[in-house]
Design a protein around this ligand. Structure first.
Ligand SMILES: [Zn+2]
Ligand SMILES: [Zn+2]
Length: 92
């Protein structure tokens, strides 16, 4: 009689924060999380799941780096405006 061994349960991805089966990856750190260990957040047209670790670290927004870039660009624009104002003031 051939031994038809069952391979057992499929290797489900475990939640990174608890022992339950993960339902999907975190939108920011890509670790698998279960439904209880993530927060859903609106990101444009789609809803994203972000794990509670990432929510604690940086809120449930998807684009902290983008916000930093905008601040950086704003600083450059302000700097250029100040330089232009100084040039005009020195010409008089
Ligand atoms: Zn979990
Ligand atoms: Zn995460």
């Amino acid at each position: 009689m051939p031994a038809l061994m069952s391979s057992g349960d499929p290797p489900d991805a475990k939640c990174a924060l608890c022992e339950r089966t993960a339902v999907g990856p975190c939108a920011r750190c890509k670790r698998p999380v279960c439904g209880d260990c993530c927060e859903l957040t609106e990101g444009g047209a789609t809803t994203f799941a972000i794990c509670l670790t990432c929510v604690k670290r940086g809120g449930n927004s998807l684009a902290p780096a983008y916000r930093g870039l905008v601040l950086w660009l704003a600083a450059i624009v302000v700097g250029l405006a100040a330089f232009a104002a100084l040039t005009i003031a020195l010409r008089r």
